[in-house]
Design a protein around this ligand. Structure first.
Ligand code: GLA
Length: 395
């Protein structure tokens, strides 16, 4: 029942084969960037909080070469049509939708004074789309890394991640925080990317215990509300902070939220309670991991999910069902903790469990989720993996 993660080397060779079959050229630049899962710290990256994602071993690969002209010609496995657009001048949004992530990144390079030459490229992904695993951040980071190869330059990792975040803001109109692009850009094997979103500094925290497994369960649902819902939540947190009269959520205490409860009004008061409590939980989780107290993660993950469900209202029935199944198995069944992960409104859950029980847990998640919803979920294990990088450059 546990899906096998496609090997990056296979993805790379398939992407190069795709480039050859669609454009009849060989790859001179191959870039890869991963998706991410977040262990804890949800919807607080845009509130100066702490978040604890890691880059997963699922990637977007871009294989390509310069074509000597002014246009980008980009093909993907999912689209018969080749996206063709001029890269010699300013970028604007246009169909197909996925091409906007590329255009946004190209615009970021142009804004830094680079002239981007025309190129042919083929894109392949092993990150399930719409699963809350940041395939869009991976596409942006893969594109930025591809351009580094094409332009023979190396951008500071933080600057690259911020450029990609701006592409998401300006070309996909999602006012996201920094978590996804930072995880995809900074990820390393066996390291969590603990980000202090106030300072914008990532810290790579070892995650090497072979007895622990992280299971990702894709509910296979994605509710339409997502984009508007995300901006609305962000707005609530901004309104709440203004009412409390502080410049950062990091300086707000739970007592201050309680004191301002009536003034904040519903739902802003509940959104505020989520932010402040989730910041505290993520700090506690980081401290627990530092002392190898994995059991302490369970209650923190549970409280995080409940807060996202009841106060922040970004969960959905399917996510709640998946989390509930894991919770029922509990410590006796090898489950340490479970919660929704990512932006919500569908997507995936993350379950921290004992490695020796992981296969059994995955089977139970599939069987019971199927019985409850009629939907077959996708379950896979993931270890912290290498972030965006060039796989090959040949000039
Ligand atoms: C999306 C956004 C992130 C973050 C999460 C919620 O993934 O892109 O910036 O806000 O939702 O934690």
């Amino acid at each position: 029942m546990l899906q096998i993660n496609p090997n990056l080397a296979d993805l790379v060779s398939d992407a190069s084969a795709g480039l050859r079959s669609r454009f009849n050229v060989g790859a001179s630049i191959i870039a890869a960037a991963p998706g991410r899962v977040n262990l804890i710290g949800e919807h607080i990256d845009y509130c100066d909080g702490f978040v604890m994602p890691f880059a997963i071993d699922r990637y977007i690969v871009i294989s390509g070469c310069a074509n000597g002209g002014p246009e980008a010609r980009v093909a993907t496995e999912l689209d018969e049509e080749i996206a063709v657009f001029d890269v010699s001048g300013p970028q604007r949004e246009a169909a197909p939708k996925w091409s906007n992530y590329l255009r946004g990144v190209i615009a970021g390079f142009q804004a830094r004074g680079y002239s981007v030459p025309g190129f042919d490229a083929y894109i392949l992904s092993s990150i399930p789309g719409g699963a809350g695993l940041s395939s869009s951040a991976a596409l942006e980071c893969a594109m930025a890394t591809f351009l580094e190869g094409l332009l023979d330059t190396v951008m500071d990792t933080r600057e690259k991640a911020l450029l990609c975040q701006k592409a998401e803001h300006d070309f996909a109109h999602v006012p996201c925080g920094i978590m996804d692009q930072f995880a995809s850009a900074f990820g390393q094997d066996n390291r969590l990317v603990l980000i202090d979103c106030q300072s914008g500094e990532p810290e790579l925290v070892p995650f090497v215990n072979p007895n622990l497994t992280v299971l990702i369960a894709n509910t296979m649902v994605h509710h339409e509300l997502s984009d508007g819902g995300y901006s609305a939540r962000r707005k609530h947190t901004e309104d709440g902070l203004a009412i409390i009269g502080k410049s950062s959520w990091r300086d707000v205490t739970e007592a201050e939220v309680t004191a301002a409860w009536e003034q904040l009004g519903d739902p802003v008061n509940r959104r505020a309670r989520h932010v402040v409590s989730e910041i505290a939980r993520t700090k506690a989780a980081a401290a627990a991991l530092e002392r190898n107290d994995f059991a302490a993660m369970g209650p923190l993950m549970a409280a995080s999910h409940d807060s996202l469900r009841d106060d922040f209202e970004v969960s959905c029935q399917e996510l709640d069902i998946m989390v509930e199944i894991a919770r029922r198995m509990g410590a006796a069944g090898g489950v340490i903790g479970a919660r929704m992960t990512g932006g919500g409104f569908g997507g995936s859950t993350v379950t921290l469990c004992e490695s020796r029980k992981a296969t059994e847990i995955a089977s139970t998640l599939v069987a019971e989720y199927e019985a409850a919803t009629g939907i077959t979920p996708q379950i896979f294990a993931s270890r912290p993996s290498r972030g965006a990088h060039l796989v090959a450059v040949a000039r």
